[in-house]
Ligand binder design. Structure first.
Ligand code: NDP
Length: 273
């Protein structure tokens, strides 16, 4: 299974579909990531706060895959925001991963009440300038947070990883990303499984001979999103990556747009952190 890539503004190719590993225990994550590599995944999304970077690193080391074929993302947690603390947190993440650099480093949440994301971003700029990360971006940033980085710092984020699924399609933020050459990366792309029992998705699944999860993932890909569905079920690893051999038509895309409710699975980025 070969996954197409999306290019960032600084010329880095991100496999459009990867494996998210939040809530996979560090002891189990090596076998899940190993199975993912066997199924064709080359992009892994972790974070310091997931407490499984060590297990992800073990699977990478054991895989024997060339480093330049893998795309590894990790994130600085809210408690480590600030210039010096972020540089230390990055070193600790690299050590746990057993890597010399990561492909994408993200500020996990804007955490606006802390008011440290600008200094945190300056630390990411330094890591980028030093060649220790191929691309830098943010997660859970709203338009005013992004505009503040544009105004007060030098390098623009090339990715914003946000909660995005048919219930919360994030049209306004996606349009802003497009205008500003920021790749939209969708977390909780399946709304944590909550919407998969919806009859309307069931009908589309039957029409295409696919599963509801495959329909939702295909919708993301056709919108141009990078997606990182999480599963620790081996059969679902194969199911979730097998989404490149069919297409949704305009009516299908419109039927999925009808699932919008505005409901989040996670907290509001204006408040959290
Ligand atoms: P997802 O939308 O990926 O849903 C995961 C859930 O759906 C799990 O319960 C999984 O079960 C189930 N599932 C997966 N595939 C299928 C399938 N084919 N059929 C039925 N059920 C399925 O939610 P997440 O919240 O985990 O988001 C994905 C990733 O996004 C995270 O792992 C993380 O990397 C990232 N993330 C980032 C955040 C951020 O703040 N930046 C916040 C939250 C997530 P099972 O595992 O049992 O198979």
């Amino acid at each position: 299974m070969s996954v197409p890539t999306v290019s960032t503004d600084n010329g880095v190719e991100i496999p459009q579909l990867g494996l998210g590993v939040w809530q996979i225990d560090d002891r189990i994550v090596p076998e899940v990531v190993t199975a993912a590599f066997e199924a064709g995944y080359r992009h892994i999304d972790t974070a310091a706060v997931y407490r499984n970077e060590r297990g992800v690193g073990q699977a990478i080391a054991a895989s024997g895959l060339p480093r330049d074929e893998l795309f590894v993302t990790t994130k600085v947690w809210n408690n480590d925001q600030g210039y010096d603390a972020t540089l230390r947190a990055f070193d600790a993440s690299l050590l746990r991963l057993g890597l010399e650099r990561v492909d994408l480093y993200l500020i996990h949440w804007a955490a606006p009440k802390r008011d440290r994301y600008v200094d945190t971003w300056r630390a990411l700029e330094k890591l980028y300038a030093d060649g220790r990360v191929r691309a830098i971006g943010v997660s859970n940033f709203h338009i005013p947070h992004l505009r503040r980085l544009f105004d007060e710092t030098d390098v623009r984020p090339v990715v914003n990883q946000i909660e995005l699924h048919p219930r919360l399609p994030q049209d306004e933020l996606r349009a802003f990303h497009t205008e500003n050459d920021i790749v939209t990366e969708a977390w909780s792309p399946l709304a944590q499984g909550a919407l998969l029992a919806d009859d309307r998705l069931g009908k589309l699944a039957a029409k295409h001979g696919r599963t509801p999860a495959q329909i939702v993932l295909r919708w993301h890909l056709q919108l141009g999103n990078v997606v990182i569905p999480k599963t620790q079920t081996v059969s679902r690893l194969a199911e979730n990556i097998d989404v490149f051999g069919f297409e949704l038509d305009n009516d299908d895309m419109a039927a999925i747009a009808d699932l919008e409710t505005g409901e989040r699975t996670g907290p509001d980025p204006d408040i959290f952190g």
